[in-house]
Design a protein around this ligand. Structure first.
Ligand code: MEV
Length: 309
């Protein structure tokens, strides 16, 4: 039997823009997906998906998940026409849009295969394999989600050849609240929509993309200086930019204003958008609980965690 684990993630700055080479900031979260791989006699693979999930997520993503598993196996050098395995996913990370559920499962599977087949893969190789798996879900992923799922921590990420990945050091961990719209979103379609509009309106989009890069750069400086008020203000601006490229939704905008009106220092949609999660910066347990309670009172699920070290 082989076991593996991958972190969930929250993108704090630069989702969507990152696909086009703009700098971004992502943090792993404590919730993880685990994977168990057990060999069986007959060739081929079976799947048991025991992850907690947003209703509809598993069925809507099943085809993409199958494609992704095949890609991970191939990238790890396992031929399912010759080898038989039973794959089980579990863990406490909710299978939902916006928390890096797909990347966490790809990393967990890659690690479990490495464990079972004694492949001795290092993090760099695990990350590469998880990236191949992400293609099943995203089409053209930037690599930000699998990087967070594999390495953990708070990361400055720039897609390129090669990708840039720097660890961001913070003065202390800071509380956040994530609010789940409960809507399953198609990241592939959201990413394709941005590309289409960017090609159609190059002037407008160039200005927005440039500002998104500036916002991410300022946020890194603010994180390193421990200036959380500034980080919050930059998150607010980041949300406005994401609205301008049309990847937010009414539910996400509602959760953002709910968090803000309950004292959050900043709030934005996170991840692919069009559903999925909102993230609010809520330094201190008291503020975190207040914002979380306000979101729950409106009937939305929350996830409370910290970012930074
Ligand atoms: C999805 O979590 C993040 C996106 O930027 C897509 C990607 O970077 O691959 C929307």
């Amino acid at each position: 039997m082989g076991n593996g684990e991958g972190y969930g993630k929250v993108i704090l700055f630069g989702e969507h823009f990152v696909v086009h080479g703009v700098p971004s900031i992502v943090s792993a979260i404590g919730d993880t997906t685990t994977c168990e791989v057990i060999r069986k006699q007959t060739p081929g693979w079976t799947l048991k998906d025991d992850r907690p999930a947003t209703p509809g997520y598993k069925t809507e993503k099943l085809d993409q998940q199958k494609d992704s598993i095949n890609r991970v196996l191939t990238a790890a050098g396992i031929d399912p026409t010759k080898t038989g395995i039973n794959i089980t996913f579990a863990g406490n990370l909710l299978a939902a849009s916006g928390v890096g559920a797909s990347a966490a499962s790809c990393t967990a599977l890659a690690r479990a295969l490495s464990d079972e087949f004694k492949l001795k893969l290092n993090d760099e190789k695990i990350n590469e394999i998880a990236y191949e798996g992400e293609k099943g879900y995203h089409g053209t992923p930037s690599g930000i989600d699998n990087t967070a799922a594999t390495y953990g921590g708070l990361i400055w990420f720039v897609k390129g050849s090669p990708n840039v990945m720097d660890r961001i050091k913070t003065k202390k961990p800071v509380e956040i609240v994530m609010g789940n719209t409960g809507k399953v979103a198609d990241t592939k379609a959201a990413v394709a929509g941005v590309k289409e509009r960017k090609d159609k309106f190059p002037g407008k989009y160039t200005m927005i993309f440039n500002e998104a890069g500036e916002v991410a750069g300022k946020a890194r400086t603010a994180f390193e200086a421990g200036d959380m008020k500034e980080v919050g203000a930059l998150m607010d601006r980041a949300h406005e930019l994401l609205k301008l490229i049309e990847v937010s939704s009414n539910e996400l905008d509602f959760l953002v204003s709910l968090a803000k009106s309950n004292g959050a220092w900043g709030a934005k949609m996170t991840g692919g958008g069009l559903g999925g999660y909102m993230v609010a910066l809520t330094p201190g347990k008291k503020l975190q609980n207040t914002v979380a309670a306000a979101i729950e009172a409106e009937g939305f699920q929350v996830l409370k965690t910290t970012i930074g070290v």
